[in-house]
Write a protein that binds this ligand. Sequence first.
Ligand code: HAM
Length: 435
Amino acid sequence: MQKITAPRGTADTLPPHSARWADVETLMREVASRFGYGEIRTPTFESTALFERGVGETTDIVEKEMYTFEDKGGRSLTLRPEITASAMRAVIEHSLTAAGPQRLFYIGPIFRYERPQAGRLRQAHQFGVECLGYSAPEADAEVISVVATLLRACGIAAKLSLNSIGDDACRPAYREALIAYLRGRSAELSEDSQRRLERNPLRVLDSKAPEDRATVEAAPRITEYLCAPCATHFARVGELLAAVGIEYTLDPRIARGLDYYTRTVFEFSSDALGAQSALCGGGRYDNLISQLGGPPTPSVGFALGIERLLMIIDAVQEQAPASQRRGIAVIALGEAARLRAFELASAIRTVTAHDGLPVVMDYSESKLDTQLKRADRAGARMAVIIGDDEVAAGRFVLRDLEVREQVASSDQMPVAGGAQWVADRYFAALAERAA
Ligand code: HAM
């Protein structure tokens, strides 16, 4: 029989790695909530027209990366390739902005039919925020601060590149100038860029093809074409970021691969990611909600790739390996010990409830060595060992799996007292490690 495996470009998340996903998600929720963002959850599939209209017909995403299918009722549906358009569809449908500005965040999967490679999946996951209803540059600086705060909390750094792509008043003139320039050099451009030149010339700017580099480098810069209101807005965003200590680089080549942006666009990138160096992308999209049939609502947001964030965290931790050992394994040897061990595990969980540490008992009848090895592999910090002798003496033996030392409690210790004794030693060992 042919083996059934996960579809190409998808990944299973398994323990213990899944706990790290849960940890970063908790952190994302905390940071979003500190900035006043509330969670929005939308369906993973939507009408195809939403993305055609929202993301843009000439973008790579809509041209070649969507998972589009017809359902049994003949409707054209698409697995969401990003979440901004979906969130805005919901915002319009529920008239959310009628009550004033809105701050929303989301965590969830996106689907893009791309060529899979390290850091690039066909089902990836994003954390994103959308700040709706403010045209003020403070909103741009705020969403960038959300990313910066999250990265700081994760203990990692990423490079912030900032640009403005103008608005309906100034971008058409720039677009013309860019097309005229690129047409003059079209023979030197990559095939992809030649194709984009007429339809979506700004996309040529963030081409990764080496043969395009020199042409793009010498291309006219959008920042020289910005109208006064766009230039003032952009300068203010920079000023606000500097005021809160967020470093950035101006990069006129950041154009972003989605059509809805106006004014500020930005990306966070990291060398730790290799070829797919973009960790997070975002910007202002003042026309999207009205293009989708809602009231004109200036908005700004970002999305960050969760797989990529975890890759960077992994790379940092490899450089400074901290002990990840956590929790207590309870090992019973023999029938009589099992009851006492089961009771002890329950009692330790009760006394350590607010620390949430895992307390796990092995229910096999394996030998002590085998059980210790298993606890070690599972990453437990300590093991409590209870055999016939311990039951007879009313004592517990505690082994530190990191420093490989063993101690015994006093005799005639009741289970509740034993649980407290184990917990005290466990936290003392952690404190010693931290010191
Ligand atoms: P995006 O730049 O297309 O923007 O995606 C944001 C981030 O999602 C990327 O920087 C990357 O980390 C991650 N990502 C995207 N595609 C993949 C993939 N195939 N595999 C792994 N990670 C991926 C957006 O999606 C916009 N909706 C952002 C936004 C929100 N703009 C305003 N609000």
